[in-house]
Ligand binder design. Structure first.
Ligand SMILES: Nc1ncnc2c1ncn2[C@@H]1O[C@H](COP(=O)(O)OP(=O)(O)OP(=O)(O)O)[C@@H](O)[C@H]1O
Length: 587
């Protein structure tokens, strides 16, 4: 129960609703227990008339009518109170579920990229949906059923014991056995349903992936292979479902068996006591109703225990994430005015999951308003430099200064607000093009969106779609070509109008003519802004104020285009190679 203590703050938050809910539950159970008493006394009055103790039929009729009216009244009140019981306690559990989901989601948002590398997406999703769902079962139904059971038990056993102590003892004996059996069954059901759940997720991931990769599957003629893999998975999933159905099928027969046993005990022992004149017929009737009334709550003891155990395990998993302190911390509370001077001083950086040293002793600086280009072989560390400027990671050694202040002492929100980042792999949300561009500036006007799209050379493409800027993009923006996606992503950075623009090889999928136009526009847009362009193309970097050549995490060359083309090295050879490609397209 230690992990579940995390929920105490929420119970405290909703304490008034909970207290009202608990009171309503108790009162509703009291009303529920009127019924057996009234039925018992009705049977007794009829029996007394039959035995001749009462001779006036009108007395019997009147007694019966009154009892029926009370029974209807009690049932109505119980029904209404049960409605409010669920409206309070179950609602509280939904509020707690909502709060907990928000808490987990908020934590996900503040955790650094490293966290996402160490944990699989499926696991992150599970903790926010399934685990929180299991915890809700504890916060709502488990509490409600526990109060139900305790109240019913105390009142009913009290009533029963007062009327026939021996009979009470005999009838309650099978009930704990029922609890234990249901507990064991619930545990097995839980175990098997977890397996079923895992297979269902496997099936849905498999299906989702095969739909996303349908063009590859078709192009390689792999339909039948994929189908048979699916069949195999589906067959195992079916088997697991059947295993679950088998244990589930035990649940109700077991309950009926135990209720039956209790009923037989009541009839047998009660019958003996009736014949000995110790109890009336009405008492036997009441007991049968009590036993039936108590069976379900007693069974829920086992069920609730299993729910609490599952909730404890789930909350433990949730707490594992909630207890992680974000690696990237905002050390400076007040906002910082970012102008855009950037300096790397002997920066080295190693990715701790792969142990790859991506940057080795890198030093350079860019003044506000300058354009820096980074070129180099694949895997040389170019994107890593951009990630470090956005403080997606902290350096291992050396220092990054933003406007002469260590990046770790700059307000994190201010820093990121002043960065317009266009990643290598343009990610677009399943939303309209308009909203995807506006992601950079939520309050942007339609005119601003159009202007940004024009600068990114994508406006003409967008207006060709029948819904223009309101075209909804599918998953990962599949309706757009690679180059169009890159340009929408550029428009998103432009509209933000930040002081630092980071372009990570984001023109790779556009033709050289469009690249030229975009670069021309970017020159206008980036006036006064610090710009870093990462690219493999000389055409993209040649106009930069400064060019860095990176190789295996080290700066091997630095200077302007004019200087670098005169020095033997990577830059010059790449230049000559790309020049000959453009002058001799058939080569
Ligand atoms: N998130 C990551 N986790 C672990 N290792 C990484 C990660 N990102 C990059 N690396 C490794 O760090 C090195 C530098 O990668 P980086 O992406 O910075 O290179 P790059 O020059 O941008 O490459 P490309 O031109 O192919 O985009 C590579 O060896 C890469 O495998």
């Amino acid at each position: 129960m230690k992990a579940l203590q995390h929920l105490n703050k929420y119970f405290l938050k909703y304490k008034y609703r909970l207290i009202v809910g608990i009171l309503i539950t108790i009162i509703s159970k009291i009303f529920l227990l009127f019924t057996p008493e009234l039925i018992g006394s009705s049977i007794d009055v009829v029996n007394e008339y039959r035995l001749g103790t009462i001779t006036d039929i009108s007395i019997v009729k009147q007694e019966l009518l009154i009892n029926i009216a009370y029974i209807i009244g009690a049932a109505l009140i119980t029904g209404i109170l049960t409605f409010f019981m669920r409206q309070t306690i179950i609602n509280v559990s939904r509020y707690i579920e909502y709060d907990l989901k928000n808490e987990v989601y908020h934590q996900y948002q503040v955790l650094a990229l490293n966290f996402y590398k160490k944990n699989r997406t499926g696991d992150l999703m599970n903790r926010i949906s399934e685990d929180v769902g299991r915890v809700r079962m504890y916060a709502g139904p488990a509490i409600m059923y526990s109060i139900n059971t305790i109240t019913l038990f105390i009142i009913a056993i009290g009533f029963m014991y007062k009327q026939a102590p021996m009979l009470t003892l005999y009838t309650v004996v099978p009930l704990p056995i029922l609890s234990v059996i249901i507990y064991k069954l619930s545990k097995t059901i839980h175990k098997r349903s977890t397996i079923v759940q895992q297979y269902l997720s496997k099936l849905s991931s498999f299906t989702q992936e095969s739909f996303s990769g349908i063009s590859i599957i078709k192009a390689y003629g792999m339909e039948s292979q994929v189908s048979s893999n699916f069949n195999e998975l589906a067959a195992t999933s079916k088997q697991k479902q059947l295993d679950l159905v088998r244990v589930n099928a035990f649940f109700f027969p077991m309950m009926i068996l135990l209720i039956g046993i209790s009923n037989i005990i009541v009839i047998y022992i009660g019958g003996l006591q009736y014949m000995a004149g110790e109890i009336s017929l009405g008492v036997i009737t009441k007991f049968i109703i009590y036993v039936n009334m108590l069976t379900w709550p007693v069974a829920t003891v086992g069920w609730v225990t299993s729910i609490i155990q599952q909730a404890e395990a789930s909350q433990k998993r949730i707490n594992e994430f909630l207890d992680i302190t974000p690696e990237i911390k905002n050390n400076h509370v007040e906002s910082t005015n970012i102008i855009g001077n950037i300096e790397f001083k002997n920066v080295s950086f190693t990715y701790d999951d792969t142990n790859i040293q991506a940057l080795k002793n890198v030093s350079f600086n860019i003044k506000q308003g300058e354009t820096l280009a980074i070129i180099g072989k694949t895997g040389s560390g170019k994107s890593t430099i951009l990630d470090l400027i956005g403080r997606l990671y902290d350096v291992n050694s050396g220092e990054i200064l933003i406007d002469n202040t260590p990046i770790t002492s700059v307000n994190l929100t201010s820093l990121r607000e002043q960065i317009g980042y266009v990643p290598q792999d343009a990610f677009l949300f399943s939303d309209t093009i308009n909203n995807n561009i506006k992601f950079g500036k939520e309050d942007a006007t339609d005119q601003e969106v159009i202007e940004a799209a024009k600068q990114a050379q994508v406006h003409k493409n967008i207006i060709k779609f029948s819904k223009g800027y309101n075209t909804v993009l599918g998953e990962r923006g599949i309706t757009l070509s690679g180059g169009q996606k890159q340009r929408v992503s550029i428009a998103r950075a432009i509209i933000k109008n930040p002081n630092i623009l980071l372009f990570d090889d984001c023109l790779s999928a556009v033709d050289t003519e469009t690249e030229e136009k975009i670069l021309k526009n970017l020159k206008k847009v980036s006036t006064g802004k610090t710009t870093i362009i990462v690219s493999h193309r000389i055409s993209s970097v040649k106009n930069a104020d400064k060019i860095l050549v990176l190789d295996d995490g080290k700066i091997t060359q630095a200077g302007s285009h004019e200087t670098l083309v005169t020095i033997d090295g990577y830059y010059k050879s790449l230049y000559l190679e790309q020049i000959s490609d453009t002058t001799n397209p058939n080569s």
